[in-house]
Design a protein around this ligand. Structure first.
Ligand code: NAG
Ligand code: NAG
Length: 431
């Protein structure tokens, strides 16, 4: 078609045909649009479409934020910890400022000090870590965990504590309370409180704490904490059983910088493959696949999109945050949700040696406070080349739309608390 050629020296003629050209372009786009929407192959992916960009269009349903959160009554510890969350980061004397384009790191933990010790040790060797802020989010209050975090001297550190963690409440919700149904109790026969999940089981505070913590932490980091609520870049999330390689920080910075150009359909960047037992393909290519729960980084636009699905997140009957995301949130985005990563992992999930939970000892495990991760020299520096192509893994095993959930999340009180976490920083009391 003529308009692809530059009409050099024929400006007047070009101006005359311009309306025709514009109309033609719109007609062509419209036909493409019709073809896209009328083809019914669900596995077809339209790479040219700017689906990820659509997240910009997400608007809040403001009326839903006018529901006043009904958070549980706090005890002394819960109130004290919430106050602690306002303290400034530590190590400001050693690291008075953050680098311009830093990626905040959030480490979320429960109570495995031997694991945390290993993770912190690995973080201390990460190139560039001194440029950023490390936020440690605690589910429960444990001295052994605090001691390890307080010993950190390699970057700014801010500790936050989930004030509604079930671990802080001994005899009331979100902990267990006297009148609660247990296991498969019938509320009418036993005259107890609770709603069973889809498999007939009642809530178990220890188990539901993980999903609550993750959701509280996401809402708090993105929408409340002074140190991160204005952050315009990516935030990297890691857990207390993720060994972090020395090249992890530089790699995630490179991947997030390459993401818009190399993988427009990628919502996130990852430090490790979605198969936690894999060390990566070791190809000369970057890989786009479903988001892994080990070392994932995304930005505020993506958070807004996730947050707009709060109701789906909070009502899905599965106590795992990651399965909830894969089975209900990501599929609702209306297109493939990929994450960009390198061909070698920069973080390794580890478990206790000798326990066979689908992850062999050949991969990574901890024994007497030591992790047996092999670190080759190539893993100590950035090993991703910006000119590599992106290999896309389109059809992947694992949890996806249609999975009904493992249960454990059937109690109305948990669903309401989760919703309250979504609204608590947005509700404006106009009375
Ligand atoms: C907005 O939220 C309110 C309250 O949750 C609901 O009643 C209403 O239908 C929602 N509106 C839209 C357009 O989704
Ligand atoms: C955040 O990431 C998404 C997905 O990669 C991208 O479409 C969007 O433009 C980014 N937003 C900002 C503010 O950089």
């Amino acid at each position: 078609m003529g308009f692809y050629r530059k009409p050099r020296g024929k400006d007047a003629a070009f101006r005359r045909v311009l309306p025709v050209v514009v109309v033609t372009i719109f007609a062509v786009l419209f036909v493409i649009f019709l073809l896209n929407t009328t083809t019914s192959d669900p596995h077809r992916e339209i790479w040219s479409s700017n689906r990820v960009g659509e997240v910009e269009l997400v608007k809040y349903n403001l009326s839903s934020f006018n529901v006043k959160p009904r958070l549980p009554k706090q005890n002394k510890l819960s109130i004290a910890l919430q106050k602690k969350n306002q303290l400034p980061p530590r190590n400001l004397d050693l690291f008075p400022s953050l680098a311009k384009d830093h990626t905040i790191i959030v480490l979320y933990v429960h109570n495995r000090p031997q694991y945390l010790q290993v993770v912190v040790q690995s973080l201390s060797k990460v190139e560039g870590i001194g440029e950023t802020l490390l936020i440690v989010s605690h589910d429960g209050y444990f001295e052994g965990m605090n001691k390890i975090i307080e010993s950190i001297r390699f970057c700014q550190v801010k500790q936050i504590f989930a004030p509604y963690s079930p671990h802080l409440f001994q005899d009331s919700f979100p902990g267990s309370s006297a009148g609660d149904c247990k296991d498969k109790d019938d509320p009418l026969l036993k005259n107890c409180q609770g709603n069973a999940d889809q498999y007939g089981n009642h809530r178990s505070p220890k188990i539901i704490s993980l999903k609550h913590h993750w959701w509280w932490m996401m809402n708090t980091v993105w929408d409340s904490l002074e140190e991160s609520r204005h952050h315009s870049g990516h935030i990297l999330f890691i857990e207390e059983d993720h060994f972090i390689f020395p090249n992890a920080y530089r790699s995630i910075q490179l991947l997030t910088a390459l993401k818009p150009k190399k993988c427009p359909n990628c919502y996130a960047a990852n430090l490790a493959p979605s198969d936690v037992t894999s060390k990566g393909e070791q190809w000369d290519a970057m890989i786009a696949e479903k988001m892994s729960n080990v070392g994932y980084a995304f930005n505020r636009t993506v958070w807004r999109k996730i947050h707009s699905k709060a109701r789906d997140f909070c009502f899905f009957d599965d106590y795992n945050w990651d399965i909830t995301m894969w089975a209900t949130i990501f599929p609702s985005f209306g297109g493939p949700v990929y994450s960009l990563r390198g061909p070698r992992r920069s973080a390794a999930h580890f478990g206790k040696c000798g326990l066979h939970q689908g992850q062999g000892e050949r991969n990574a495990c901890i024994d007497n406070g030591e992790v047996n991760v092999e670190l080759d020299d190539i893993d100590k520096v950035v090993n991703i080349k910006p000119d590599w192509k992106v290999h896309v893994i389109r059809r992947q095993e694992g949890y996806k739309a249609g999975f009904k959930g493992w249960g454990g999340w059937g109690d109305d009180r948990d669903r309401q608390l989760c919703l309250d976490f979504s609204y608590m920083y947005h509700y404006r009391d106009n009375t």
